[in-house]
Design a protein around this ligand. Sequence first.
Ligand code: NAD
Length: 352
Amino acid sequence: MTTALTALHDSNKIPATLIPGDGIGPEIMDAVRLVLDALGAPFAWDVQQGGMAGIAAGGDPLPQATLDSIRRNGLALKGPLTTPVGGGYRSVNVRLREEFQLFANLRPAHTLVPGGRFENIDLVLVRENLEGLYVAFEHYIPFGDDPKAVGFSTGVNTRAGSERIVRYAFEHAVKLGRRKVTLVHKANVLKALTGVFLEAGRTVAVEYQGRIECDERIVDACAMQLVLNPWQFDVIVTTNLFGDILSDLIAGLVGGLGAAPGANIGENAAIFEAVHGSAPDIAGKGIANPTALLLAAGLMLDHAGLTDHARGLRKAIDAVLNQDKVRTGDLGGTASTTDYARAIVQRVTSGL
Ligand code: NAD
């Protein structure tokens, strides 16, 4: 962030890494660039490879030049990357999280098109991204002639990591003018692993008393309540595995992953992406929906302090979907990726 904002001061442009990605990635990224240009978003893109393109060029889905670019810019917009099956490649997303210590995964869920199962959903889930059971201290214990008789996994949550993620959630709530943060845990059973998170969360919550309300839920009850009455929640903060599951649940409340953006935030770098994958079944057909990546670009604009641009982008998406009724096939429309992007550009340039 500091790097990016200093550069903005110097040249009126914010340098940012752009990874088009695999499958539908380049198509939806083109659409996003079209819209961001129309908005006058001051990004100077440094286009880098990742995924299959990275493998084709140098045998690595996450080339060194891409890592260097993200480290330099501290800001990246990433298209979906295909994880090669076999070949021993580690997940690119996990590598990026670890490499840049992207401790917070931000997943907002907002109703875009009315008429779904739930109306007026407006939730944010903040997931701890580096600790918990995802540290993957795993092994098998052999018994008799079965080498995998017992599967064994150790989770790790630190007080420092827990305080950091909860503080991030509260700060995010303050920034967005939200009213409440809910700590989600399983400290009744996993007393050490998620007890440390809950304890740290309560400590941090005290600092925000009188400004942001705080409550608590056990994860299983939270899952049920999210389905019965999601409107009671505002910002949810939780540990890695629970966050992984609940963030898909809240995406389901607003119609699935098609319009779900995500941000991975660290102290020195932030990477923004659509939650969906590279959709190889529709790649190259020009019918992919770029909304999730557009919303991810909106989060990136917010992160860079360009809140007016972000607001303009979200308003234009809303107008195109709900007033112009220009929609891609996955939302029941007939628009191509480019038609849809042009309709948003039209809204942006006409000032809505
Ligand atoms: P997927 O999200 O790519 O596709 C699931 C279904 O949703 C498909 O039918 C697809 O056509 C549809 N879909 C997805 N995005 C769409 C869009 N923008 N517009 C319209 N329809 C859309 O999931 P998958 O098929 O399980 O994964 C494909 C590849 O993507 C795999 O290699 C996987 O590892 C990778 N992946 C990458 C990321 C990432 O980079 N963040 C995330 C998930 C999956």
